[in-house]
Design a protein around this ligand. Structure first.
Ligand code: BES
Ligand code: ZN
Length: 641
């Protein structure tokens, strides 16, 4: 394996990319290392205080460069200073520098640092910034009531896409990679964990972290809470609040290692050392977040039957696609997520077989269908390469297209190759070629054509209707869909049962002949998606369905609960509206929360009232982004949804 530094210099051979979502002057600088010195304290009411000093070890690549960092109005900078070169003369506290925060966008500001003189190319600078992170969107403070244990407060950070600029000042762009370290002092009775290769507890409840591989800023993450851990594999443990740790261990004991081993076989070495999982409080807005060495997941994954393990396989897949080979800008997000969906399904195929994986992929395709129906296929966000105009928050462009259309495009590339093991070998070579770098789709596709010269010769990039350019730059339904028919044996019975339930007069004999008790969760999910598509069903059918299948209508599994709530709303089953409310009170995942508010707001007067009532009760516990998107859906202002 080549040393990261060599790879990084190879990256600089390519044209620099412009990241419209960063206010920083990252291009002419490289960030060799970031050290964070943090103190976290909690206030009684739940909010807390994070005081920090960031030390940026910079190298000037282009003489005369300005120094501008990404920051946020919530980040109060008290002092910036330039440290003297190591061993040289000068004040150890550094030479104070003038700093000025200037407006940039709704999601961040530009921190201008005035250097005493124009830097020379090749010059090394060490910059200190003292600051306090206030109520910014990247740092979330939870009161005891918002945790599972309800005893102690909790804080976590969520960086992706552009939130870490309110956690520490930096080049907050995925085009820049650097190593980091941190010391975090926390109050007695709390533990700190970070997305780092090493973790050590020292005296005074101070935790020391080191990430020895270069990563982009969005992958730095911190949690401080009452958390404990349990081993679940040779390089894996689960972290959770004490009251959840047994369930967490039971859910994943002995299963993680196999995914890592299969991932390594397919995509090459796992470079991150450990792979741990942290179960977050219920308001965590994502199913999973691939923070290196330590994936953060929603506690909804604790289904008791490992049925939602595909989320873990997805986050593990980011260890190669996203964390090792990274999209250079958020407009190329499909490179992270589309390749990860493909990798996830490759691992799933190896471990669980093709029929099951095709079934899971079919539920993904249904989500893409729903998304494109809702936005219109021609919506500009339904391109793989998204144009993010200055001022547009990349988080507001989030949707199913980079995931599922991205998956289709990678599957199409595999189809062009026509041989799975050759394509697997390509993926491994791709990771090896671009590891520790940030790239664009042009790099990917150029490498693909170089790797398969016979395909380049044939001009596969310009087959009418399937042009690579069209895949990237034209909105719409994917021109190629991978064959999911190996999943038919699992999908067909679900489709047939949905047909039966959609009939005007129910054929109860035929319905009762189908035994769903042995169905896997994703078969039930697929069945419910079919029912939802056919909804509203003829009067009375959903009520009967609910009675007949308590396994569905009283399910605790979050994927089933989401679908059941959608069905309840689309069929105006007022008797079960309380389930929608209960589900939204129990968790705050964005992908569950927004579709339900959209359905309520698009429904009757009663469902609109339900939306308002539920939102006013749950608003304080939602992540600020999710909170703003719901506000927007309910016409209360707020960000784009
Ligand atoms: N990296 C994403 C989560 C994310 C995306 C956070 C954009 C912030 C901005 C993560 O890997 C993800 O895709 N999670 C999915 C998992 C699913 C596709 C299996 C989720 O949370 O639902
Ligand atoms: Zn992902």
């Amino acid at each position: 394996m080549a040393a990261p530094a060599e790879e990084a210099s190879a990256a600089r051979d390519r044209a620099p990319v412009r990241d419209t979502a960063s206010a920083s002057s990252a291009g002419p600088w490289s960030l060799r290392h970031l050290h964070l010195d943090l103190r976290v304290s909690f206030a009684a009411a739940g909010a807390g205080r994070l005081r920090g000093r960031a030390r940026l070890e910079l190298r000037c690549e282009r003489g005369g460069a300005e120094l501008r960092l990404d920051a946020h109005p919530a980040l109060a900078v008290s002092r910036a200073a330039l440290l003297p070169p190591p061993g040289g003369p000068g004040d150890a506290a550094g030479q104070a520098l003038p700093v000025e925060s200037r407006p940039f966008a709704s999601y961040g500001s530009a921190l201008h640092v005035a250097l005493p003189q124009a830097p020379r190319a090749g010059q090394l600078l060490t910059l200190l910034i003292d600051y306090e992170a206030g109520e910014g969107p990247g740092v979330c403070w939870l009161s005891p009531e918002q945790t599972a244990g309800k005893q102690k407060p909790y804080m976590y950070t969520q960086g992706q896409a552009v939130l870490n600029r309110s956690f520490f000042p930096c080049f907050d762009t995925p085009s820049v990679k650097f190593t980091y370290s941190a010391t975090v002092k926390v109050p007695e009775g709390f533990t700190a964990v970070m997305s780092a290769t090493s973790w050590e507890k020292q005296k005074d409840n101070t935790f020391v972290f080191k990430m020895s591989q270069p990563i982009p800023s969005y992958l730095i993450a911190l949690v401080v809470g009452d958390i404990v851990s349990a081993d679940v594999g040779p390089r894996s443990r689960v972290w959770a609040e004490p009251c959840l740790i047994e369930a967490a261990k039971k859910e994943y004991d002995g299963v993680i290692e196999e995914f890592l081993v299969v991932g390594e076989k397919l995509f090459g070495p796992y470079v991150w050392g450990r792979y741990d999982i942290l179960f977050m409080p219920p308001s965590f807005p994502f199913g999973g977040m691939e923070n290196p060495c330590l994936t953060f997941v929603t506690p909804c994954l604790l289904a008791g039957d490992r049925s939602l393990v595909d989320v873990i396989i997805h986050e593990i897949s980011h260890s190669w696609f996203g964390n090792l080979v990274t999209n250079a800008t958020w407009g190329e997000f499909w490179l992270n997520e589309g390749f990860t969906m493909y990798a996830q399904r490759r691992i799933s195929t190896e471990v669980y077989g093709l029929p099951y994986t095709c079934l899971e992929a079919a539920t993904g395709r249904a989500l893409l269908r729903q998304h494109m129906d809702a936005t219109g296929e021609e919506h500009p966000l339904n391109k793989l390469r998204v144009v993010i105009e200055p001022g547009v928050n990349p988080d507001d462009t989030y949707n199913e297209t980079p995931y599922e259309k991205g998956y289709c495009f990678v599957s199409y590339l595999a189809h062009l190759v026509g041989n799975q093991s050759k394509f697997d070998a390509f993926l491994q070579a791709y990771v090896n070629r671009f590891k520790f770098q940030s790239i664009t789709a042009d790099d990917t596709l150029e490498f693909f054509l170089e790797y398969f010269p016979e395909l380049k010769e044939k001009g596969v990039d310009s087959i009418p209707g399937f042009e690579f350019d069209r895949w990237l730059n034209t909105p719409g339904w994917p021109p190629y869909l991978p064959d999911l028919s190996p999943g038919q044996q699992l999908m067909r019975p679900a489709e047939e049962l949905a047909e039966l339930w959609a009939a005007d007069s129910l054929n109860m004999e035929a319905i009762e002949a189908v035994d769903i008790m042995g169905w896997r969760t994703y078969q039930l999910v697929y069945f419910l998606d079919q029912v939802l598509q056919k909804s509203p069903l003829p009067e009375g059918n959903v009520k009967r369905l609910s009675k007949m299948y308590p396994k569905i209508s009283k399910a605790q599994n979050a994927e089933l609960r989401l679908r059941w709530c959608q069905i309840v709303l689309k069929n105006n089953l007022e008797a079960e509206y309380s389930k929608v409310k209960d589900f939204l009170h129990s968790q705050g995942k964005q992908k569950y929360t927004l579709p339900l508010y959209r359905a309520m707001w698009g429904g009757s007067e009663a469902t609109r009232a339900l939306a308002v009532e539920t939102f006013s009760a749950t608003a304080p516990q939602l992540h600020v982004n999710v909170h703003n998107y719901v506000k927007k859906i309910l016409g209360l202002g707020g960000a784009e949804a």
